[in-house]
Design a protein around this ligand. Sequence first.
Ligand SMILES: Nc1ncnc2c1ncn2[C@@H]1O[C@H](COP(=O)(O)OP(=O)(O)OP(=O)(O)O)[C@@H](O)[C@H]1O
Length: 421
Amino acid sequence: MSSQVISRFEGRNYKMTITLTEEQKSVMIGSDDTCRKGHICDNETVLAPYHCLIYLQRDENRKSWKTIIQEKAMNPQKYVTLVNNSILEVRRKQWLGNNDEIKVGNGKEFIIFVFHDEFTRGVEERLIRVPESFNTRFKNECDEIGNGAHSIIYRAHDIKMNGSPKECVCKIVRISRNVTSISFKKLCQEPVILDSLKHINIIRVLGYCVDNDDPVRLLIWQEMMYGENLEKYINKVTTVNQKEWRFISSQILDALSFMHDKNIAHRDLKPSNIMWANNEHKILKLIDFGLAKNCNIESPDRDMVICGTPLYTPPEIHNASPSAIHDLYKPSVDIWAFGVCSFYFLTGEYPFFNEGELYDGDLLQDNIIKREIPKEPLRKRNIDEAIVELITDKILVKDPINRITAEGIINYFITTLHCNE
Ligand SMILES: Nc1ncnc2c1ncn2[C@@H]1O[C@H](COP(=O)(O)OP(=O)(O)OP(=O)(O)O)[C@@H](O)[C@H]1O
């Protein structure tokens, strides 16, 4: 009876292939004294020429397999095993990784095998497979270019473009330890919302589908961002000056004002979800609309806990009872997050901690709710008083009713900061 191949060892200098499957989980291998012939045997025996055991072991969550190699030679002077040219000591066990090279022989001459992890390859191939209804439009590559708590982002190609195929990405979400079937259902809203938001500063969706085959997956093809996200960018440049802040902010605010007009809140606005379209650092786009909410639609699944990142979450959410949280998620939460980002971009600091204070979840929540937003870190960096006031007295305002809107900030840029960029 045939069963799925989990590990494959291909002879490099000798025509021989060894496979391990759920039915055949181990083999002994070796070479004879002359190393002209490789040997395999199904039983665990340490009689010459067999001296090296290879076997499969299920990992703790029983979802994948490890392939392990162990030297069992009783006469290690005569028989040796090398993994990637390092001697495997007698009785020592080692996990094998894809493309590891295994040599068995007498120390001078060897039979060489290369290990192929067919299980992982099979899982990844199943994960990136393009469903039939989309395979004339998109091609996915086995090339991971990013990942988050809920998804993996793979390089892909839009092959139906006029002319040559255009590079894009495919974001793949699947039910897993991090994504329950309830959160999967919510995450499926991401492309639907994005499809209704065509704007230069919002990531563009090229196509999407839910594939109900095993594994159940959501596939979202999006335009490729070639630059870094603002978290990496700020780590590199430390802080931005107020001219660059205005340049960055006006793009974020254009996107926010556009989506807030439609009563859509992003709910996870933070530097890592804002990306440069390319390395020229001209165009920024908001990404990751996995938590976005259309506040016009009454959803039967009410949010009872904070969704998003606590550091960027406003006081009304931190302070709310579970039954009240859902209704408090409005576009104004993004304005607060924009204020925290602005403070961070200009100072490299967060407004909720004193210098030297360590990050602590409870302290953070307490400070977000109660602490007055400090002006000194901004003033210390010679930021214009009009910008200091905007961030601390109009944006980072505890009561969402009194918080300025995206459009209000854009108007403030024009009327008070006198800039039209
Ligand atoms: N269109 C894109 N082009 C290039 N890289 C991207 C693109 N979209 C996402 N990425 C990369 O993948 C990472 C994760 O993407 P994304 O934030 O959408 O995933 P997620 O699973 O929703 O993340 P989170 O942990 O925030 O929930 C991003 O930080 C970014 O580095």
